[in-house]
Design a protein. Structure first.
Length: 334
């Protein structure tokens, strides 16, 4: 971070500074987090065919899992079959799993800790949260043309080429004690912008204002991205050190619909790794015949309302209000 730049307020280094740009969130939103997997979480997991696991250790890369790699034991226990060598030496490490349902915009993030039991990786659930559909909608994740810009996508493509055609990613951040969070990011055409050969910029678009990922970065600058190219089985891992910036020259890279983000994440000293995912090859999530109809799942707004207000009268009465808020958010993606 340039000292001279920060003299002019180009970087955000504290939560009070962050809250000048993103207003505090309604504390009622804390109720959106479930302490275990309830019926709405289990319903979404059952329809998921693509899962992303992230671990609170720098030697454990994020992993894409298929339906066969994930088994729900009960409301607080999941078993995983990772492909990235997560062994007994990582017992007690915090972890997160993100569940994606092909054709459905919203997803589910589950946080917990991992332990080995005999030959099984056991994930103990601590919290679960339904993510809204804005990132997927901005990325046109399930509706975009699978052939767009993909004529020269090969195993030998450069990171620059991957960035140019990847509209969607999952971002892992950690707090000061290593607790992980996974957050989806998506944008029109591309989710990440190149600043130079080793620096990237991820714009912060309108969200729920909780800003867990941004608050984590203020405490721990290690960030990992797992990026996708819809229509292909290619993924790219990106590791870097993050700062929060409001530098105008960088924000100008990410103007969409004449709207410039208020701030974003600057990743420095980036390391890239491109591979093909067996899980994506198996699940074929981009094919329209793999997509799940929204009629098969409880509406996001209804599930969110009940998470926040309970199953009783208040939860039911609040659903139309939550539904109106969600629809407004989906109309104002930028």
């Amino acid at each position: 971070m340039a000292v001279e730049d920060n003299k002019h307020g180009q970087y955000i280094t504290s939560e009070p500074q962050l809250r000048k740009l993103i207003s505090p969130y309604p504390k009622m939103l804390d109720k959106r987090i479930c302490p275990e997997l309830d019926l709405y979480c289990l319903e979404l997991i059952e329809r998921s065919s693509l899962m992303i696991a992230a671990y609170g250790h720098s030697r454990c890369f994020m992993d894409v899992l298929s339906k066969n790699d994930v088994v729900i034991v009960d409301s607080t226990t999941i078993t995983l079959s990772p492909s990235n060598g997560v062994g007994p030496q990582y017992d007690g490490v915090y972890a997160s799993v993100y569940f994606l349902v092909p054709g459905i915009g919203h997803g589910l993030r589950v946080n917990g800790q991992i332990q080995h039991y005999e030959q099984t990786l056991v994930f103990k659930v601590k919290s679960a949260y339904l993510h809204c559909a804005r990132a997927a909608a901005r990325a046109e994740l399930w509706t975009g043309s699978s052939s767009q810009k993909q004529a020269d996508i090969t195993p030998f493509m450069t990171p620059e080429k991957f960035l140019d055609v990847s509209p969607y990613l999952l971002m892992k951040t950690m707090n000061e004690v290593g607790e992980t969070e996974l957050s989806p990011r998506g944008d029109k055409g591309r989710a990440v912008y190149s600043v130079d050969q080793s620096s990237l910029f991820i714009p912060e678009r309108p969200g729920n204002k909780v800003a867990i990922s941004l608050r984590n970065i203020l405490k721990n600058d290690q960030v990992e991205l797992l990026m996708f190219i819809p229509g292909t089985d290619f993924i790219m891992h990106v590791h870097g050190h993050a700062t929060l910036t409001r530098k105008e020259q960088i924000l100008d890279l990410a103007v969409v619909n004449n709207k410039r983000p208020k701030l974003g994440i600057l990743l420095d000293h980036c390391r890239f790794s491109i591979e093909q995912s067996n899980a994506i090859q198996q699940s074929q999530p981009w094919l329209s015949e793999s997509h799940v109809s929204s009629d098969c799942l409880t509406r996001f707004s209804k599930a969110l309302s009940i998470h926040m207000n309970g199953e009783g009268f208040i939860g039911k009465a609040a659903t139309p209000f939550i539904d109106a808020v969600v629809k407004n958010d989906m109309k104002n993606l930028y």
